[in-house]
Design a protein around this ligand. Sequence first.
Ligand code: PFF
Length: 447
Amino acid sequence: MANNSKIWKGNWTFILAAAGSAVGLGNIWKFPYMAGENGGGAFVIIYLTCIVLIGFPVMMSEIFLGKYGRSSPVYTMKKFVSLKGISSYWVLLGWFGALAGLMILSYYSVFAGISLAYIFSPIPTDSLNPSQYSVDFFAQFQSSPMRMIFWHSLFLILTCFIVAKGVVDGIGATIKIIMPTLFFLIILLSIYSSFTGEIGKAISFLFMPDFSKISSSVIISAMGQAFFTLSLGMGAIMAYGAYIPEEQNLTKTVSLIIFLDTFVAIIAGIIIFPIVFANPELTPTAGPSLFFETLPVAFYGIPFSFFASALFFILVSLAALSSSVSLIEPSTAWMEDRFKISRTYAVTILGSIAWLLGLGSLFSFNLIAEFQIFSMSFLDFMDFLTNSIMLPLGGLFIALLVGWILSENFVKEEMKIKNELYWKIWINLTRYVAPILIGLVFIFALF
Ligand code: PFF
């Protein structure tokens, strides 16, 4: 149970921790490649619509649940069962989230491990064709399972180390330094990339929607990405909400987190696409490799490129770390409460499970590249199952619980929303708009 020593100190710590969870590889690595694979502007518009109409009410709901429960998501649900008389099946929602978190962490750490490795791998200054060098380097990197296992393991060990120390002390302090520096650097890089690359083509690719590109798979990917990038649907934000100060204004907090997250994603696109369009060896549809092939090119040729590139990948790894801790926090908090064991013990067991599962995704690059489940590689299958199915499903049930199952008066009072018009908008988003949109996307995409 959260006690007072476990309440975030000051309003900013919660905002930074939640923004730390939200801003991660999903913004810098995943958003640009998903936009690239799914036709650019059309994807971006659907993504932004999902952020506003679904992400906003679901994030408010998650924090509200966590704040009331003041505990891990599983125990928070148990509290609602005992105090509010809801069906005990709702506890499954907590379990389901913990499972989704471990599944995401398993492959998240593979990519975060690559970012760690890239701290030490800038393009040599005497390279004759930097973009070709970069493509070849990544191809070589992914063909070496041992090398990838090393970095995957290192990243997971770092994650478990921080979580073992406790989220409030472990993360609260570091995040205050990481986030501002990361913002500063990506803005600097986006300016550099705009001047040296094809900014015009990049902007029209990202913002001019070609509606002929919209298909059910684009829609489901955009919605999945909206959940993933905001860390919603699996209890991460709920677990953090358990530590939010009593009087903190939820609407302002959530708006700021969403703004920061969206801003970083768009800026990441503005760093990457001008470079893609300026270099014939690079293509916007490259998929997960896009980030690792284009970023080193961005650094190539700028003064002190070795230093700048190392600093950037350190920050990306730190941003990934502030997200990965929130992926394992819900299950750790639950194990700690359930079995009365230390955090260190709990996180060691859970980290080992994520590590093992991660090997499946890691080998999808090399040893089992041919292996397919429903015509997807193991990695793509894990990604699809978690982001496109599990997170939206979790979000759907969270919205249903807050919108329909709990009493309106209770929610309104706890949320401390005074303005009637705003309340009407909010409750209607939660009750109708978000669940119907999620339901429709599922229906169109799956049948
Ligand atoms: N939001 C993180 C990112 O964009 O990298 C990933 C993530 C963290 C997803 C925590 C889900 C989660 F619960």
